[in-house]
Design a protein around this ligand. Sequence first.
Ligand code: SF4
Length: 76
Amino acid sequence: MGESTERIAEEEKMQRRQAYIDASRCDGASDCPPRDNCPAGAIFREGDEGPYFVGPECRGCGRCISFCNLKAITLL
Ligand code: SF4
């Protein structure tokens, strides 16, 4: 498999992945580094309280995981 084919395969794999936030771990703080560092703007919540959710905009890059101090995010 050529280098570009491998890169495309890796990108397709990433596109199938999706971040998931465990609501029992997320404290719903207004200061949310994963949300602020998501390149897709995919982390949100309804209103001003409660845990955050990941929307369909998620690209599966995994960047948010390293920003979550509560370890509430996994890639599925
Ligand atoms: S995996 Fe990437 S695109 Fe998806 S929510 Fe996390 S930072 Fe955003």
